[in-house]
Write a protein that binds this ligand. Structure first.
Ligand code: NDP
Ligand code: PHD
Length: 343
């Protein structure tokens, strides 16, 4: 069954990635695009500075961009939101109140108690929080969030390893410039350089991971009790976040155990979910951003360099930050909402 969809913030970097994924999608048909007042009223091809290497799809080129307002768009089954979080904070709830189901990539409300933060292959059951959300907020619509791109890169591997009793995680990231948006980091700042600070990123990785790995009893969500410590760094790659992880466990785990747990980790049957979810490399120098970010349409999680450290297992992981980590993550959540009958 085909569902009609719209994109809030459609002219932006993540909005364009959403359109790239939704235009050929088997189950979704784009009917509404919104942006700021500057863009509203223009055909999409004029409002958006298209910066993706595949051409702007014919299906959206002539759609008139609407104001980001529930009264300005047609009645579609599902909205994807890639608004700046300050704007999302202000308007996303209005759409939910007006009856829209919103799959959002923006960071606002990710940690709210009644908002499911979901990676479908990790915690699809947390979608049950939508019943709690509808009761508490009196909405006909619903809001589901995907996590931060750095968090998405690491958490599927941690979930696979949690069978050994995850107790402590340290992670250091090497994040691509696209995570900061098209104008986020200037060339003078990043060429021949690395920046050991990304505002708010470490706190997001630490808190979002524990929510994602937590358990939902049908009424409340309990965060995982592992401690997570993150150090986030920007490097001059275009796309693909690479992360160095040190994981500690209550039970012992060998490298062979960890490889087996990651390779055999069961994903989920959704159109955008890869099989296998996690690709584990034997070559110690992989994964690498340039070589591995596009695997499985940019949706696979890659891992490698596994070794037994003094405290547990050390490894590297990588994912495409604007596909698996942003637009693709929202589309996957949309597919899950459709499968679970929320549309
Ligand atoms: N998880 C991840 O890897 C990533 C997540 N993100 C997150 O995704 C979101 C979007 O990021 P990105 O695409 O880079 O941002 P952009 O700045 O490229 O795009 C923002 C979009 O929101 C619209 N917009 C801006 N202000 C308003 C407003 N006041 N009212 C309505 N619409 C508005 C813009 O429209 P207009 O063109 O008219 O200005 C544009 O469509 C952010 O929350 C960001 O933090 C971003 C990158 C990666
Ligand atoms: N902060 C991420 C991208 C981002 O915007 O994250 P979030 O979705 O949490 O706002 C990066 O710089 O790579």
């Amino acid at each position: 069954m085909t569902h009609t969809v719209g994109v809030l913030g459609a002219t932006g970097a993540v909005g364009q990635r959403l359109i790239q994924l939704l235009d050929p999608h088997p189950d979704f048909e784009i009917e509404a695009l919104t942006a700021s007042s500057e863009s509203a009223g223009k055909p999409y091809r004029k409002a958006a500075k298209w910066r993706i290497s595949t051409p702007i799809p014919d299906s959206v080129a002539e759609i008139t961009v609407a104001e980001t307002d529930p009264d300005a768009i047609p009645d579609v089954d599902l909205l994807f939101s890639s608004l700046p979080s300050s704007v999302g904070e202000r308007v996303e709830s209005d759409f939910c109140e007006a009856g829209y189901v919103v799959s959002s990539n923006s960071s606002n409300q990710r940690m709210a108690e009644d908002v499911p933060l979901v990676i479908p292959e990790v915690n699809a059951d947390h979608l049950g929080l939508l019943e709690v959300q509808r009761d508490s907020r009196g909405w006909d619509g619903a809001m589901v969030k995907n996590p931060n791109c750095s968090t998405i890169t690491m958490v599927p591997t941690l979930k696979a390893l949690d069978e050994f009793g995850l107790s402590r995680v340290h992670v250091a990231t090497l994040q691509a410039v696209s995570g900061a948006g098209y104008s986020g980091v200037t060339s003078m700042e990043i060429i021949d350089n690395a920046i050991p600070h990304i505002g708010g990123e470490e706190e997001k990785m630490e808190s979002e991971s524990k929510k994602l790995l937590g358990s939902f009893d049908g009424a409340e969500l309990a965060a995982h009790d592992a401690t997570v410590s993150a150090s986030c760094n920007r490097i001059p790659t275009l796309d693909g976040h690479l992360e160095n992880v040190w994981a500690e466990f209550e039970a012992g785990a060998t490298v062979e155990d960890a490889v087996e747990a990651m390779e055999s980790y069961q994903g989920i049957d959704l159109p955008s979910s890869p099989d296998p979810l996690i690709r584990v490399f034997e070559e110690p120098e992989r994964p690498q951003p340039r070589l591995d970010r596009e695997r499985e349409n940019g949706m696979q999680i890659c891992a490698g360099g596994l070794r037994e450290s003094e405290t547990g297992i050390q490894y590297n992981c990588l994912a495409h930050n604007t596909l698996r980590g942003a637009a693709g993550a929202s589309v996957l959540n949309g597919e899950l909402l459709a499968k679970e009958g929320y549309l």
